[in-house]
Design a protein around this ligand. Sequence first.
Ligand SMILES: Nc1nc2c(c(=O)[nH]1)N[C@H]1C(S)=C(S)[C@@H](COP(=O)(O)OP(=O)(O)OC[C@H]3O[C@@H](n4cnc5c(=O)[nH]c(N)nc54)[C@H](O)[C@@H]3O)O[C@H]1N2
Ligand SMILES: Nc1nc2c(c(=O)[nH]1)N[C@H]1C(S)=C(S)[C@@H](COP(=O)(O)OP(=O)(O)OC[C@H]3O[C@@H](n4cnc5c(=O)[nH]c(N)nc54)[C@H](O)[C@@H]3O)O[C@H]1N2
Ligand SMILES: [Mo]
Length: 821
Amino acid sequence: MTRTDRIAQPWGTRTPYGPGTSWPVRVDSYLADGVDPADVDRWVQSASVLHSNGDALDIAVQDGRIVGVRGRASDRVNHGRLGPKDLFGWQANASPDRLTRPLVREGGELVETDWDTAMDRVAGRARELLDTQGASAIGFYTSGQLFAEEYYTLGLIAHAGIGTNHVDGNTRLCTATAAEALKESFGCDGQPGSYADVDHADVIALYGHNVAETQSVLWSRMLDRLAGPNPPALVCVDPRPTPVARAAAVHLAPRPGTNLALMNGLLHELLGNGWVDEGYVAAHAVGLEELRACVERYSPDVVARICDVPADRLRKAARLIGTAERLLSTVLQGFYQSHQATAAAVQVNNVHILRGMLGRSGCGVLQMNGQPTAENTRECGADGDLAGFRNWANKEHVADLARVWNVEPMDIPHYSPPTHAMQMFRYAEDGSLKMLWVSATNPAVSMPELARIRSVLAQDRLFLVVQDLFLTETAQLADVVLPAATWAEKTGTFTNADRTVHLSEKAADPPGEARPDLDIFVDFARRLDLRDKDGGPLVPWRTPEEAFEAWKECTRGRLCDYTGLSYDRLRGTGIQWPCNAEHPDGTERLYADGDFWADPDRCETYGRDLVTGAPLEPEEYKALNPEGRAILKAADYIPPHELPTTDYPLQLVTGRTIYHFHTRTKTARAPQLQAAAPDVWVEVSARDATDAGLREGDLAEITTPRGTVRARARITAIRDGVLFLPFHYGYWDTRAGHEPGEEAGRAANELTVTEWDAASKQPLFKTAAARVRKVADGAGPAPAPTTTASAPLAAGVPPTQAGTAGEAAEILPGTGTGSTR
Ligand SMILES: Nc1nc2c(c(=O)[nH]1)N[C@H]1C(S)=C(S)[C@@H](COP(=O)(O)OP(=O)(O)OC[C@H]3O[C@@H](n4cnc5c(=O)[nH]c(N)nc54)[C@H](O)[C@@H]3O)O[C@H]1N2
Ligand SMILES: Nc1nc2c(c(=O)[nH]1)N[C@H]1C(S)=C(S)[C@@H](COP(=O)(O)OP(=O)(O)OC[C@H]3O[C@@H](n4cnc5c(=O)[nH]c(N)nc54)[C@H](O)[C@@H]3O)O[C@H]1N2
Ligand SMILES: [Mo]
């Protein structure tokens, strides 16, 4: 066993391996100071909820309290490894400022109350609105961080019980584009690939995906391949010098917002050089001629001018991708939250269709998820889609769902596409939406253009319910605050980005009167007395396992078929859906036979116009794709709406660092993680820093047409003309030495724009015009990590480390049994 400071070395010790061999096991664990493995009473099976990777772990329990975590050696996803957030993040559960009682607003103040009073207020307001204004006065805005059982229950209540079309998740900000891109190309949501493709690929292309920081264990797998024999070549498309970019054979750093032009350039080269599997395309795809006609216009020289990347480097990337024998591609927020998101993400699918690189080992596309349970939000229809990937525009799908729920088809709204989150906030702003129930998300920090979001949420005429662990920026604006139990305090299942379903079991009691989200939703349904068409309770279940059994029935025969799973079967390793009688052990890769889920009778959508977002009519879809093949969809590049001007000469992008999760409600409460990145910073290139007179650590002010943020400058190898802000830092926070009410904000979303992708409706967090100026000299380096994309150019910045506080155990192959007991 070795001990490693996992703040200083986030990816831990290398265990090299070669292509086609299995990734060695390395078991990581961290126990609270003074706890000996021998003292642990119980190890409770779970997986991480601080990213979408699904790192399986066991929770250590001593005297009824959580005291640590240990990676599960037997799990297919992580082979025992854990990342920094996995190792240290659990400490937030026991934070003394957890919500322990419901709160209601009385005379302008939030005051403690009992559950009956709080829930009667919520149910009472809902009943009143249903009676006076109808269901469209009520909206639900949920998360990618609850469990499948909870989403399924919420989706049923909202769709069939309340009857509103206003149901969405923060998955709209996160992976709406992943879902849309998969639907557009393959007819249905669902990742074709598998993490095991890393073990076989000879080329791995990462598009706008800083996997090193955002799915750090998946990056360890790639690093172990890079350290072994016959390593894969990496292609990285990102304007920042991420760890991925540094390890890449080819790094393309395009101007933000030009991804589609870049992709069209790569496809131009694939088609021009004949790097196409003609037989595969002829047998399994439609749309080749349209694609060819479109990408013809994107020669490397044209693309070099649009994206400002060297033409030869583009050719080099295209050659790697075009001649790869086993190509794995991943896509994430650098595409999904940037301009022309869906159109660009779809082109990555097109690369795989053209090259016939689907359904074989090493040949995967991962249109990544971000949040741990985002896949379930989508599957269960808590993002507005219909449960089980059913098509709202297909009457038979609606009828089938009505059968499962024992309601009338007309009870399930399907007259128009589901209302997306940005539109729900617009309805609240306009006043037609009068009640908004927010669960497990913090929009007062995470949505674009915060000044506007605050004014929407703070309105008197909006009845705001917030269900959270803490009194977040959003909860502070609520009329009713419901204290929730969280991960490790409740049981449920969730599905990671490669379709692996994990069971997460309750390890400890929630604090005070906090209750599982499932119990809260079920209680609401009971208070409203929601019924099915025979007068039985609409939500007949109480426990997570009962909810899971009901969900299984809803997925029967669908692509996301869960019918072969059970809580018992999931006690062991995670299992990939579809899992049913035909595939009792789950399914490693979708579409092995080139049989897509795109048949007009079974597809999840008839698709949209990628430029305007207009839904296609069923007849149009049938004419385009009568046999249900994969669809090669083309789109032309158009410049972003907000381009640099003389007033705002730079481009602002926003994103993440390895040590923090989102608005930091959990990671700011884990001492090692908080200390590694305690306050906001802004990344600036050396040229732009010189222009602004900025040196490392100086206080800078960043301004866009929406607002101003102050942050310490970190000078890095980011592309010239681009600024980067992490979006983790909400209201000024005394922990970082700030006084509440300081003048300029520090949340990146004070600056972002209210605009979204036409097809997926995902907001643009990664394309805005901005300027930067110096406010004051710094007293030392910026509070940014040195281990990551924010590594400083300046010498002498103390390295990010935690010393003994960050030490975690690693059991390496051949040095132990994999058990720390
Ligand atoms: N440590 C950590 N891990 C997380 C999370 C977290 O908060 N912290 N959150 C989880 C969630 S919900 C998500 S969605 C994922 C997100 O995971 P990622 O998508 O990997 O993370 P981001 O930092 O949002 O964006 C990735 C990269 O996009 C680049 N980028 C910006 N604009 C453009 C552009 O126009 N084109 C291109 N090609 N690239 C661009 C940025 O430079 C950035 O490095 O991470 C998950 N994992
Ligand atoms: N500028 C900018 N903005 C962004 C992004 C970006 O890259 N740049 N990324 C976007 C993306 S991809 C995402 S996913 C969003 C994330 O944005 P949010 O969803 O707002 O971020 P979180 O901080 O994870 O908020 C989750 C909340 O749920 C609470 N919670 C956790 N577990 C539970 C539970 O079991 N039950 C209940 N009831 N509550 C729980 C937490 O305390 C927390 O307050 O941000 C988006 N916003
Ligand atoms: Mo996300």
